[in-house]
Design a protein around this ligand. Structure first.
Ligand code: X5A
Ligand code: ZN
Length: 711
């Protein structure tokens, strides 16, 4: 079990034999560069290596006409002039004598990957193939594509395994019109594509690439097009597209398998795409998709023409498939602002255009509007947007019928070492500046992935290999000092646990441990949380996100200074008590839970860019195990995997094991059948988002005027 990697050296044989500037970028080096980088990073040997086989003609017939297959077979015997002549009959295609063999291997690799994942030989995988597939149609080659590898894989999954719901995510920067045509009337395949469109001025210049192409007949609503009308889309735009468009529909669809048309011409540096998303973004996109379909994700290479960017992005995808935490996204996460704020570090020089309109949000708005009739999760959203929301969060409290208090200011996060304990006396603690938080990016996987603090030995039995018990503890006097304000922690077992938790917080922040879970006796939970937050800040976390589920109060004397963001799911009204203190009602329906997590918690979490995420499941948290598992899985994204989950020891001792597995990189179980949120719930959530999106731009889903931050 693990991640399958499919490849065959023969796929490097096909190459352009004449001069054609349009086709010159599709080179054999694309494959060798990607594979070389996987080897150099030690990623290839962590995968299950499988050699690709050729798809049979019968298999090709799942998608393509016999005449077309025969025509491609015939190219094996053609001379260069005849190849050139035939190529000219298609749009952006070249044939080589080895094309038929390569294209059968590419299709065969996709089929074999599906076999590996659906037979359980692998959890997920990547097929490194060429020629690519998503432009290829029943009887036509197009856009470097000969056979439609991903469409064949979907048909194969339906035919040979009886699957009923397959999600195809096409993150290549071109519209996979071939895949769209093949499945446009098929409700068993949900096809999502984002693509450079520029109001139809970009290849393949099709009217049917726009957001209002939503499928036909029984397939209405199962084609989802997100056209980008400007170049320069970056990490925040891609993430917003996933959180606000793809994932709500995908969770509602509840696929049994996810196929990715994984083109990396959507990454920074690519000459075709001209976009700005950095390679790390693909780790996040992959990780988000792994939360679907029990983690059965099969990625198949499509485009990607900047060898360096392609190789890095492929590595990021494979790392995420392997279960490694995704490196934090560089730069500020604000959808579609100015270029100057994008592309940090080694990619910093690439700023092709000086300014942009709010183009990404317009695209997101248009696809949500086009799909709303077909998806419960997009209904009753009401209208909230920057133009309609409050200009300041304080202004709106009474009108909206929610409790709001003024916050002091949007203070920038203070530097580590600044007074974080707010005058609270803590004797016996070292007074030297707090430790530096280990650099998050370019960090190798921590030596210990996930550590648990448990009091009951039985509970360890359900832990997967690789999850270890946290034995190391802070010295007793230190634990006592930190416990001092809290009677519940003062002695016995609670104090022992606290000593370990203190140490675990430190280890996660210095990168020696990836993530942690602590099961705590109920009476000590709130106090342990309070101390964990303070310890995290003391240890140098600049921003700490706390997602508290259930009846838990925010520690009353915690400063509202922007260093902590407190999100509380509890059974009362939605309320933004400040920009950093938000209460959300506990949704009953899965639809409500998903809108909270995808539409509120994750945008806030990604926008906040925390160093550490604390997830606390407190009294009466009301989450079913799969919901808790999904929440924790998704919260691995924003802080480079640094999550510490605190749960009550009773009444569900098995919960710690479930969370340990997802933090360790296992896929969460399915949420079960989708149930729509009530219109009241959706509206309350919408109001809350409307208030918060002035400060938290990742919440925005509409591109109306009113954003005054641009200047
Ligand atoms: C698979 C892929 C692009 C074709 C571009 C033609 N095809 N101008 O990225
Ligand atoms: Zn492409």
């Amino acid at each position: 079990m693990g991640t399958a990697l499919l490849y065959h050296e023969d796929m490097t044989a096909a190459r352009l034999l004449w001069d054609d500037p349009q086709c010159a970028i599709e080179t054999p080096e694309r494959l060798t560069a990607a594979l070389e980088r996987l080897r150099r990073r030690g990623l290839e040997r962590r995968c299950l290596r499988l050699a690709a086989r050729e798809a049979s003609e019968a298999e090709l017939g799942l998608v393509h006409s016999p005449e077309y297959v025969a025509l491609v077979r015939g190219t094996e015997a053609l001379d260069v002039e005849a190849l050139r002549e035939l190529s000219a009959q298609y749009d952006a295609v070249y044939f080589h004598p080895s094309t038929y063999h390569c294209a059968r291997l590419a299709a065969g690799a996709a089929l074999q990957l599906v076999d590996a994942v659906l037979t359980g030989a692998a959890h997920n995988g990547l097929a490194l193939v060429r020629p690519p597939g998503h432009h290829s149609q029943r009887a036509a080659a197009n856009g470097f594509c000969v056979f439609n590898n991903v469409a064949l894989a979907a048909k194969h999954a339906k035919q040979s395994y009886g699957l009923h719901r397959i999600l195809v995510v096409d993150w290549d920067i071109h519209h996979g019109q071939g895949t769209q045509y093949i499945f446009e009337d098929d409700p068993s395949v949900l096809y999502f594509s984002w693509h450079r469109y520029e109001y139809r001025h970009f290849w393949p210049f099709l009217r049917e690439s726009d957001a209002d192409a939503v499928g036909r007949g029984r397939g209405l609503g199962f084609t989802v097009n997100l056209p980008w009308n400007q170049v320069g889309m970056g990490n925040a735009d891609y993430l917003a597209a996933f959180l606000h468009v793809l994932l709500p529909l995908a969770f509602e669809f509840d696929p049994e398998l996810v196929l990715v048309s994984a083109g990396f011409d959507s990454a920074i540096g690519d000459p075709e795409g001209q976009m700005q998303a950095t390679p790390e973004c693909f780790a996040h996109l992959t990780q988000l998709l792994l939360a679907l379909a029990g983690g059965r994700v099969c990625a198949v290479l499509e485009g990607g023409y900047h060898l360096e960017s392609l190789a890095e992005s492929v590595c990021m995808t494979v790392q995420a498939l392997l279960g490694d935490p995704a490196p934090p996204l560089p730069g500020t996460l604000v959808p579609c602002r100015r270029y100057g704020e994008r592309g940090e570090g080694r990619w910093a020089g690439r700023r092709p255009h000086p300014t942009l309109p709010r183009s990404a949000l317009e695209s997101i708005q248009s696809v949500r509007a086009a799909q709303a009739p077909h998806w419960a999760s997009l209904q009753h959203q009401g209208q909230w947007g920057p133009g309609r929301g409050p200009t300041h969060i304080c202004a709106m409290g009474r009108e909206r019928g929610v409790t709001l208090t003024c916050l002091p200011a949007m203070a920038p996060a203070p530097s580590p070492g600044a007074s974080s304990l707010e005058g609270r006396p803590l004797p016996l603690l070292p007074r030297e500046p707090a430790y530096k938080v280990a650099a998050l990016s370019c960090r190798p996987s921590p030596p210990i992935c996930t550590a648990v603090v448990l009091t009951t030995p039985e509970a360890t039995l359900c832990l997967p290999p690789g999850v270890v018990r946290q034995e190391e503890a802070a010295p007793q006097e230190e634990a006592e000092a930190w416990a001092r304000p809290h009677g519940a922690l003062a002695q016995g077992e609670a104090l022992t646990v606290l000593g370990k938790v203190l140490c675990l917080v430190d280890r996660i922040l210095d990168g020696q441990v990836g993530s942690g879970i602590t099961a705590i006796p109920a009476p000590a939970l709130a106090a342990t949380l309070d101390v964990s937050i303070r310890r995290g800040l003391f240890h140098g976390a600049q921003r700490l996100l706390c997602v508290a589920v259930g009846q838990l109060d925010r520690p009353p004397d915690l400063a509202d200074d922007g260093r902590t963001l407190w999100l509380n799911f509890r059974d009362e009204q939605a309320a933004a008590l400040s920009v950093f203190h938000v209460s959300v009602p506990l949704p009953g329906a899965t639809g409500g839970f998903l809108s909270c997590v995808l539409g509120l918690v994750l945008p806030l979490a990604y926008g906040f860019q925390p160093d550490l995420v604390l997830v606390v499941l407190g009294p009466a948290h009301g989450l079913q195990d799969p919901q808790a598992a999904l929440l924790v899985t998704l919260l691995r994204g924003p802080a480079g995997g640094r999550v510490l989950a605190l749960v009550e020891e009773e009444p569900k001792p098995q919960l710690a094991g479930i969370l340990a597995r997802v933090l360790h990189g296992e896929a969460p179980p399915s949420l079960g059948p989708f149930s729509a949120a009530s219109p009241e719930f959706t509206q309350a959530l919408g109001h809350l988002r409307g208030q918060l999106e002035v400060h938290w731009k990742m919440l925005q889903v509409a591109g109306e005027a009113g954003d005054t931050v641009l200047s």
